[in-house]
Design a protein around this ligand. Structure first.
Ligand SMILES: [Zn+2]
Ligand SMILES: [Zn+2]
Length: 102
């Protein structure tokens, strides 16, 4: 099940479960739209993959047992283990390649 993480891994902005500004890579590394567009340039600093908009889990159950109430968002804050220079170097090497060709 998708982990709905509570913050941007780079700028630490809150990303509520219903945020439309949350982006994830295939490993659920989670960043805000601003960081994805300006700092990361659609390159996940952890895996090199691209990002997609994080889906919003329904707040209320429309089928029994499946909703944000039944499977709540994660509260574990994740922060990047890389610094700005390391990320810039990594991004520079990959941003010109489309995610599906990396
Ligand atoms: Zn951010
Ligand atoms: Zn990633």
């Amino acid at each position: 099940m998708l982990q709905l993480r509570p913050n941007c891994e780079w700028c630490d902005r809150d990303l509520a479960p219903d945020s439309v500004d949350a982006y994830i890579c295939s490993y659920e590394c989670t960043f805000c739209r601003d960081c994805v567009q300006t700092v990361l340039r659609n390159v996940c600093p952890n895996c090199g993959g691209g990002f997609e908009k994080r889906p919003v889990r329904p707040a209320r159950a429309h089928r029994p047992g499946v909703s944000l109430q039944d499977q709540p968002a994660s509260t574990a804050v994740v922060q990047s283990r890389f610094n700005a220079e390391q990320i810039a170097d990594f991004v520079a090497g990959l941003e010109a390649i489309e995610p599906q060709r990396r």
